[in-house]
Design a protein around this ligand. Structure first.
Ligand code: 13P
Ligand code: SF4
Length: 412
């Protein structure tokens, strides 16, 4: 296990006045305009947990006035004290992030989960793959809880383990050898385990280039999933010609490629995308530049290649936050990432102008499924001694996934 708690990144935390058990520096939450999410049933079907999450929770939780609900959550928060740590992904709405002891991107939150061993309960306000990673990286006595089991990730769902295994077998049948599988952090634990078993590795958007180097020291070809765009953007940064990167469409024979194309390819990219980041366009960047002379355009590398190339810079969620926070006062930033984060940055950094490239973009609909009503329900059950919505990766999968995660953590 390579996670070094002492080296875990500095965390952002919400108001100290409400958290006497935390000693770290604080950041005030800011207002944000939420929108309605959509319902999806994949996770419930997959894990067989029964009725939809909202049907498992008494309607009173949803009818409760926000102020009463929030006060109940704060009361429970104090009662549970150090036994509980609440983690919040940057894309969570403000009504939820206000309760997070720590904010972070998916990888940072997993490290934080591993680092707070005094907390036996980890309430993960994020999406399913993040809670799985937290479970894998945390200590055996810790339990990870996802407030709404329907909070999945449409991108992670685009690469099913069975389909990836079938593609891997098809490549082997063609005699394509020397292939190193890489899965993006935003994937199911089963895919991380697949990489662990097959000489592969996990990457995040902040270390993808270094992970590519690691993989090319061990093979001649990369098989990258589930995000086609992060894979292609990273390949371009590593100088791999576009003609040497093919896309594997799981709904077509040989992924829609000829045997020759697969033998010639340097990178095989799974046909998957993020429904939030794939929306950003070159036209939006042109409009921002026309309307805001001197604007800096910064985007997430889950965006399409032409959008990354039209921007001034691109990087992970933490990179975007750090870059804008450290920029000179008076600068203007057009940002291509999730709207809750962009609005929060604008509110928390009043000396800069920060706006979203897409003025009508919706938040990540699956992140949005974590509503404060679920947070209250889960915390009431925890306070009553019942652990609900636990995300527990089966031991064999966790063991193999940890191999791939540890390989990533060992990359300098
Ligand atoms: P990070 O949290 O790793 O930046 O990934 C972005 C994202 O899409 C999270 O779901
Ligand atoms: Fe998945 Fe994209 Fe939402 Fe992240 S922002 S959880 S990658 S759909």
């Amino acid at each position: 296990m390579v996670v070094n708690v002492a080296e875990a990144p500095a965390a952002e935390v919400a108001p100290a006045s409400r958290r006497p058990w935390l000693l770290s520096p604080q950041l005030e939450p800011a207002a944000c305009v939420p929108e309605e999410g959509v319902g999806a049933y994949d996770l419930l079907r997959r894990y067989g947990v029964g009725p939809l999450q909202q049907e498992r929770i008494p309607r009173a939780y949803f009818r409760m006035p926000a102020a009463e609900r929030d006060e109940k959550i704060w009361t429970l928060r104090h009662r549970l004290g150090e036994r509980l740590v609440i983690l919040g992904h940057h894309y969570q709405r403000d009504e939820v992030i206000q309760f997070a002891d720590f904010r972070g991107d998916s990888f940072k939150l997993s490290q934080l989960a591993a680092g707070r061993t005094e907390a036996e309960l980890i309430l993960f306000c994020g999406v399913h793959f993040m809670a799985e990673s937290a479970d894998i990286l945390s200590a055996p006595h810790q339990q990870v809880i996802l407030p709404n089991l329907e909070a999945g990730c449409s991108m992670a769902d685009m690469a099913k383990a069975d389909d990836v295994e079938a593609a891997w077998q098809a490549l082997a049948d063609l005699g394509v050898t020397g292939v190193v599988p890489i899965t993006y952090m935003n994937s199911a634990a089963a895919l991380k385990a697949f990489c662990g078993r097959n000489g592969g590795i996990v990457c995040t958007s902040s270390n993808a280039e270094r992970v590519f180097d690691w993989a090319f020291e061990r093979g001649e070809k990369l098989f990258f999933f589930p995000d086609e765009h992060l894979g292609r953007n990273t390949g371009v940064k590593k100088g791999i010609p576009l003609a040497k990167m093919v896309v594997w469409d799981p709904f077509r024979p040989l992924g829609g490629n000829t045997p020759e194309q697969l033998r010639e390819a340097t990178v095989i990219l799974w046909k998957g995308f993020c429904s939030v980041h794939a929306r950003f366009s070159v036209e939006q960047i042109a409009k921002a530049r026309a309307e805001h002379p001197g604007v800096n355009v910064i985007i997430h590398p889950e965006c399409r290649l032409e959008v990354v190339q039209a921007a001034d810079c691109d990087g992970s969620t933490e990179y975007i936050i750090d870059t804008i926070r450290d920029a000179p006062a008076g600068t203007i930033w057009a940002v291509g990432t999730e709207i809750n984060l962009v609005k929060r940055l604008d509110a928390e950094l009043p000396d800069k102008q920060v706006f979203c490239l897409d003025p009508v973009i919706c938040p990540c609909s699956t992140m949005y499924r974590v509503h404060p009503a679920y947070v209250l329900w889960a915390m009431e059950r925890l306070a009553a001694g019942e652990v609900v919505n636990r995300i527990a990766v089966d031991p064999d999968t966790a063991r193999d996934a940890l191999v791939a995660l540890d390989r990533m953590l060992s990359v300098p």
